[in-house]
Design a protein around this ligand. Structure first.
Ligand code: NAD
Length: 511
């Protein structure tokens, strides 16, 4: 992590809280120049054949994966990610991401040819061609600082765009390492990096970009959306959440406990899709809590649960726990900072009043409140009783029933007997509802928002004029009425054909 002091990013180790170096911020005044450079590079790039672009992007993937160990080392040093987690959630997934997009991109960017009625539109060809948007601004958080930017950079580049990438101020070293690989593997200025905080992010939104892809907090997303609206720039917002896990009475408890344990505590709970609330059927509640607490106590601080990103995050998490405890919640394990760096232990709470911050607001830390329910309707209502809607997971042996329960929760991703792992999949849509944002990253729906669908109309009919051009005569109305009658469900074919033909003849003869 780092903090900004006088245009400098002071890099800190979250495991100890000690400064470990510095990086310069990009001067705000330089941001428009970087966007302009990216635009020039992007224009040349978009004209290259797709096969060329694929080769270059394939090379970028190879270059990144070849530096997997370095990426993992920086993730550990800068964010405090346990290495196993850094490999699986950021590097392995990145390899899969490149493979997915390189596999599907030719089909996805294929122009769409319209089938036209030759009577109405003789000699005409209409196709919709996906074109590059231009410059995509990418404003990123720190919690998955390698994989999250690549989730957009890969399809954006393949679609012919340039990208200006602003890493989080708390993940500047990861950003710098990515920038180094981009410089070696890509044409100059095709992916430009801007280092700094909200000031640089705001300058980027205002610098004439064609799209903003923002991932971060709800407050940051709202500020970016309002700013982008002033410049009439479309944006996609991937924001926070308070995702629920619902454990049904028939759940396989061993799996539910292990899955929810990981869902709540991986990345120290600093995942937009972390399980932040567990709702457990009353029949299995006591056993579930007992087993979950036993397993949470076994998680090692540092090795299994890394540190929080900074002091402010640590203070926020602990304040939420303290408020809940003051209001009657029971701490079943954890519950206080370890005193070492920004570490907080895996914490399980029960008996939490549902109007406490820890039940309602994003915690973004390794704390799981668990509550009991009696009916599925009650569990669904509790899961939906949230301003957020990113994911839900439902755990039950009867998969069809569990899925039916999951689909009643208003959110972007529904898991049955699993959680939190599909975000990095290139082919799976990822996007929240309500305060969790709008727009999608991942999948063909994300690609659709990274291109402009240009309609191209070519007319080879060679006639003097179209039937619908001037002059407007009674024959035009007769012809149109006939065509509607012919196409209308339940219309009279005879009347339709008669009117269409007489109108047509009238047009040919007298205009
Ligand atoms: P943040 O909002 O503080 O910052 C995110 C990025 O936005 C940073 O690069 C920051 O410099 C920039 N920024 C902040 N305010 C800005 C402004 N007004 N104008 C322009 N740029 C601005 O978020 P964070 O603390 O880095 O990330 C944590 C949050 O991200 C959590 O809420 C988490 O749930 C969310 N998140 C969501 C997803 C998802 O896919 N939905 C994924 C990861 C993280």
């Amino acid at each position: 992590m780092s903090r900004i002091e006088a245009e400098t990013l002071v890099l800190l180790d979250p495991r100890t809280g000690t400064p470990v170096g510095e990086l310069p911020c990009t001067p705000v005044g330089e941001v428009p120049l970087r966007v302009a450079a990216a635009r020039v590079a992007g224009e040349a790039w978009s004209k290259r054949p797709l096969e060329d672009r694929m080769e270059v992007v394939r090379g970028l993937g190879t270059a990144l994966l070849a530096r997997g160990k370095e990426l993992v080392a920086v993730l550990e040093a800068e964010i405090g990610k346990p290495p196993g987690e850094a490999w699986t959630s950021e590097v392995v997934t990145m390899g899969e991401l490149f493979a997915h997009w390189l596999e599907v991109i030719e089909d996805e960017l294929e122009p769409v040819q319209l089938e036209l009625n030759p009577v109405n539109y003789p000699g005409k060809r209409v196709e919709v061609v996906p074109e590059a948007l231009g410059v995509v601004a990418l404003i990123m958080p720190w919690n998955y600082p390698i994989h999250l930017p690549m989730r957009t950079i890969v399809p954006a580049l393949l679609a012919g765009n340039a990208v200006v990438f602003k890493p989080s101020e708390h993940a500047a070293r990861c950003g710098a390492l990515l920038a180094e690989v981009f410089a070696a593997a890509l044409p100059a200025d095709l992916v430009v990096t801007v280092q700094g905080g909200p000031a640089q992010g705001a300058a980027l939104v205002a610098a004439g970009v064609d799209k903003v892809v923002f991932t971060g907090s709800v407050a940051g997303g709202k500020a970016v959306a309002a700013h982008a609206a002033q410049h009439l720039v479309p944006c996609a917002l991937e924001l926070g959440s308070k995702d629920a896990a619902i454990v049904l009475a028939d759940a396989k408890l061993d799996r539910a406990v292990e899955g929810i344990l990981w869902g709540a505590f991986h990345n120290a709970g600093q995942d937009c899709a972390s399980v932040e609330r567990a709702l457990v059927h009353e029949k299995v509640y006591d056993t579930f809590v007992e087993r979950l607490v036993a397993r949470a106590k076994e998680l090692r601080v540092g090795a299994d649960v890394g540190p929080l990103i900074n002091e402010a995050a640590l203070a926020k998490v602990h304040a939420q726990v303290e408020e809940a405890v003051a209001r009657g919640a029971k701490v079943r394990c954890g519950g206080a900072p370890t005193g070492q760096g920004y570490h907080y232990p895996a914490t399980v709470l029960t008996d939490v009043p549902t109007d406490c911050a820890i039940w309602r607001e994003e915690t973004f830390g390794p704390v799981l409140p668990v509550a009991k329910f009696s009916t599925e309707a009650e569990a669904v209502a509790a899961a939906n009783d949230s301003p957020y809607g990113l994911c839900v997971s439902v755990w039950g042996k009867d998969v069809a029933k569990a899925q039916a329960v999951a689909l009643q929760v208003r959110c972007g991703v529904a898991y049955v007997n699993n959680c939190c792992f599909s975000g990095p999949m290139g082919g799976a849509a990822w996007g929240g509802r309500k305060q969790s944002g709008y727009g999608v990253t991942g999948s063909r729906w994300a690609l659709a928002a990274l291109v402009h669908p240009r309609t191209v109309v070519v007319d080879r009919s060679g006639g003097k004029k179209e039937l619908w051009w001037y002059p407007y005569t009674p024959a035009l109305s007769t012809m149109a009425e006939g065509l509607v009658e012919l196409g209308r469900v339940g219309g009279s074919r005879l009347t339709g054909a008669r009117n269409a033909l007489s109108g047509l003849l009238g047009r040919w003869k007298n205009g």
